[in-house]
Design a protein around this ligand. Structure first.
Ligand code: ADP
Length: 162
């Protein structure tokens, strides 16, 4: 039987425990998960894409059946190129829904073969976003328990105060 591969796309600037939660849940239903880091210089990320990839790899150390890569261009093309059958997205609150529905329906229009699968994180991470983490860290607040340790260290290096 062929492997079931899911693609977890995102900016991951930086990866949080909410992302890790979703990736681990995906591994329960897919044979392999590819974490795909979007290279989008227009978004002006805090961490450049190579660093974001390093931080994801360090955060998922010891987790099997996961690969981390960067991607550019149309997501559905990338999914097919990687032999994936699904796109995984996390849904935190109702506020995520409208944007996610729009994207899922557009991706379906672009490719009938790729299915979007939504997953809910554990409640403790359902208020968490990379943007919020950067804001807290920039003001010297503690992000312990909300991001993997390699990310906590990386934020400390950037802001010198976490
Ligand atoms: P994007 O810019 O594509 O939204 P993100 O890196 O912010 O990229 O998010 C990637 C995916 O992870 C999205 O599906 C998003 O909804 C999900 N996600 C982000 N934060 C969390 C969280 N705390 N819990 C669950 N899913 C999350």
């Amino acid at each position: 039987m062929s492997e079931r591969i899911a693609i977890c796309p995102g900016t991951f600037d930086p990866i949080t425990n909410g992302h890790v939660d979703i990736i681990q849940r995906s591994l329960r239903i897919f044979d392999r998960v590819v974490v795909a880091v979007l290279v989008n210089p227009q978004k002006r990320p805090l961490f450049e894409s190579q660093r974001r990839i390093e931080l994801i790899r360090a955060s998922l150390q010891g987790v099997e059946r996961v690969e981390v890569e960067s991607f550019q261009g149309l997501l559905v093309d990338y999914v097919k190129e990687r032999g994936g059958s699904a796109i995984i997205r996390g849904l935190r609150a109702v506020s995520d829904f409208e944007y996610e529905l729009q994207m899922a329906l557009m991706n379906r229009r672009l490719s009938q073969e790729v299915e979007t699968v939504f997953m809910m994180p554990s409640e403790e991470y359902s208020f968490l976003s990379s943007t919020m983490i950067k804001e807290i860290a920039s003001f010297g607040g503690s992000v312990r328990g909300l991001v993997p340790e390699p990310v906590e260290r990386a934020l400390r290096e950037v802001f010198h105060n976490v």
